[in-house]
Design a binder for this molecule. Structure first.
Ligand code: ADP
Ligand code: MG
Length: 672
């Protein structure tokens, strides 16, 4: 591009721009409305407004620290003073009698009308006629001026628009009344009016979502179409026995999910299903039944969970239920001793173990299965797409089930997990008492501890979760240790407390959890390692310190550790943050227990990036579509994509565009 040498290229690179195409697709962050040009006398203090006038006078004053340039302009209604800091070159650029267009913040405090550091343009200057229109404002940084970027993008559009650019089938343009790509690109950068801008954005967002959905649906179908998976037989006596022995009746939601899972498993095509259910909705038993089914058919099952504590707990629950039925269950985590590990790997490879539960340790390279029939990942939001794929690759097209307690808003589910079918368990098992939630300043801490002591006297147990610290697990562990020591010496002198954090040896951690589960430890002080899955029905109090640092979805997960038994449970959010925004966020927790609603709030408040925490989340990078607000468009795009993927020749036409746009997202599951 003209005017882009090494130095400028480096600046552009800092914005992620390397090619002309990147420029063309560097979409405006927002737009400024300059269609309203005001008379100088009508400018209002405090507003950002446009006016035009003739230059009367230009002065530059140099003080020790800065250069102050003032330009006085005039129209038929009055005069305005434009004030610029440290732009001495303006003095030579603007001359008396020039016509200029000005856009900036109006101030009427000192001079009748002052405009501070405005954007200013000479009207008869060659170049973009931007004043008096809708002006794009780009994502940029200090070193890159909007004006320069705007010019460069204009140039690259001129260049790019000479070539064919359409990426969508003509039939789609017609059917969904979409602008052509060229027109859309032009209008999204330099819109003629707000209406056409809306259409342009819609077209480009549709395209983005459509290509993504084509990729996801293709990936899903490719797995299903090209490769034969395992066809499980309909339920036999093992599954029946297991179901009969359950100490409770399955809920309607659990039964429905199971019907869908079993139907998938009985198909020769590999299952790709997600079970979504709020904390405590009883997903584990659904997984267990699916595991029994695969064992009944002569296969092995593997279930991967994000933490050792959870692996251990699932292991204990399942082993107790399954070994009676003659099913061999094993546990594989990073802390398994070398010799034991070797033995276990051997047993997995020869098929002596039927079901294995484990952490990431399951996807290490030397883990091999004899005949893997079903792969389950629990708390899927803690894993990336890759990790799921890795576990899956340990078998020959095993059935895949992913479970998540984070009720993922629909847009996000379709975007991140668009390659999965979804079963939802909407209700909780009967008889649960709603948890009472309070927000308290930490000046009330003493009362909170007193309350805990009272509940413990009644036989209950409590969790206290330490603040989330960004820096490291180590610091988090330290703060937990400190709180533990403090409480044990003061408020809880006569109460047995326990401590779990991520830096403890697994043996110690397990021992603590075991003692808490048995009830000998009454108060468990912990970091977020207990966030997922842990199940101790007698624990009825959850205190969360520094609650404002957590996302709503995460608070909801933590709160999900209690309210699991017959007794009334209480969640107390301690927070000292006077920031009204976070107070408001915490208040949301007190009046809703609906995980879906909370997740949606979280997404709105904190944006998609934060939604899943720092963990790899598998969110594709979208340039223009908005994962929160474009649900309607997404549904349309998905429908269109579905039709395309069904017709091989149609799909082949868009395949290169998918590859181009979403290469990184699909590099593993979709080799273009
Ligand atoms: P999550 O969906 O959060 O993983 P769990 O599977 O851990 O939930 O289940 C939470 C608790 O509910 C467990 O103690 C489990 O035994 C119990 N549970 C599950 N299903 C039912 C049911 N249908 N009726 C009663 N209790 C149930
Ligand atoms: Mg669970």
């Amino acid at each position: 591009m003209k005017g882009v040498g090494n130095a400028k290229a480096a600046l552009l690179a800092s914005l992620g721009i390397y090619t002309v195409r990147d420029l063309v697709e560097h979409f405006p962050r927002r737009y400024e409305d300059r269609s309203q040009i005001k008379k100088i006398s009508q400018l209002t203090d405090g507003n950002v407004e446009s006016c035009r006038g003739t230059v009367l006078k230009v002065t530059a004053n140099k003080t020790r620290r800065l250069t102050l340039t003032k330009i006085i302009i005039q129209d038929d209604s009055g005069r305005a003073e434009l004030v610029f800091f440290n732009q001495p070159y303006l003095k030579t650029k603007y001359k008396v009698n020039m016509e200029v267009m000005v856009y900036g913040k109006v101030q009427t405090k000192f001079f009748p009308v002052q405009i501070m550091n405005p954007e200013i343009e000479i009207l008869d200057e060659a170049g973009m006629p931007c004043a008096g229109t809708i002006l794009p404002v780009y994502p940029a940084n200090e070193a890159v001026s909007q004006r320069w970027l705007r010019n460069l993008i204009r140039q690259s559009l001129d260049f790019a628009l000479q070539q064919p650019l359409e990426s969508l089938p003509a039939s789609l343009l017609l059917q969904y009344e979409l602008l052509e790509r060229k027109e859309a690109l032009l209008q999204v950068h330099f819109p003629d009016n707000w209406e056409v801008l809306k259409k342009a954005r819609e077209r480009l967002a549709f395209e983005e979502l459509y290509l993504l959905q084509c990729g996801l649906l293709y990936a899903k179908n490719a797995v299903k179409k090209d490769v034969l998976g395992i066809k499980h037989a309909s339920d036999g006596s093992l599954v029946a026995q297991f179901e009969q022995r359950l100490p409770f009746q399955l809920t309607q939601g659990q039964r429905q999910a199971l019907l869908e899972i079993k139907a998938d498993m009985e198909e020769p095509l590999p299952m790709q299903r997600m079970v979504q259910g709020d904390v405590g909705s009883g997903k584990t038993v659904v997984a267990a039944i699916a595991l029994v089914k695969t064992v009944e058919n002569g296969y092995q099952g593997a279930m991967m969970v994000p933490t050792e504590i959870l692996a251990e707990q699932h292991y204990q629950t399942l082993a107790a239920q399954l070994e009676d039925l003659g099913i061999k269950v094993a546990l594989l985590t990073g802390s398994l001793a070398k010799g034991k590990r070797k033995e276990l790997l051997q047993a997995l490879q020869t098929g002596c173990v039927d079901i294995v539960l484990g952490t990431h340790a399951l996807i290490q390279e030397d883990v091999c299965f004899h005949k893997l029939g079903l792969v389950i990942t629990d708390e899927q939001h803690r894993f990336g797409v890759r990790q799921r794929a890795k576990l899956q690759a340990k078998g020959m097209m095993p059935d895949v089930l992913v479970m998540t307690a984070t009720p993922i808003p629909r847009t996000m589910a379709l975007t991140v997990y668009g390659d999965l079918d979804v079963s939802s368990i909407r209700q909780l098992p009967p008889g649960r008492k709603p948890i009472k939630t309070f927000v308290r300043g930490s000046d009330r801490r003493q009362l909170v501890y007193k309350f805990i002591a009272d509940e413990i006297a009644k036989g209950r147990q409590a969790y206290i979760v330490c603040p989330l610290v960004d820096e490291s697990e180590k610091i988090q562990a330290q703060s937990a240790t400190q709180l533990y020591a403090e409480l044990q010496e003061t408020y809880f002198r006569h109460i047995t407390c326990g401590l779990v954090h991520g830096k403890m040896k697994n043996l110690e951690k397990d021992e603590m959890m075991r003692r808490f589960y048995e009830g000998s430890i009454k108060v468990l002080i912990a970091t977020t390692v207990i966030e997922v899955g842990v199940n101790v029905p007698n624990a009825t109090i959850m205190v969360i310190e520094g609650a404002e640092r957590f996302g709503l979805a995460q608070l909801h997960q933590l709160r999900g550790r209690i309210g699991r038994g017959e007794h009334q449970s209480y969640c107390i959010l301690l927070s000292d943050n006077p920031n009204p925004e976070s107070q408001e966020r915490l208040q949301v927790m007190t009046n809703t227990s609906d995980g879906f609603a909370l997740a949606e709030q979280d997404l709105l408040l904190r944006g998609p990036g934060h939604f899943f925490g720092e963990q790899q989340h598998g969110l594709p990078d979208l340039k223009i579509a908005d994962i929160v607000n474009d649900l309607d468009l997404l549904l349309k795009a998905r429908r269109a994509a579905y039709e395309t993927v069904m017709q091989t020749d149609e799909f082949e036409k868009v395949r290169p565009y998918i590859a181009e746009r979403f290469y990184h997202h699909f590099d593993q599951i979709f080799q273009c």
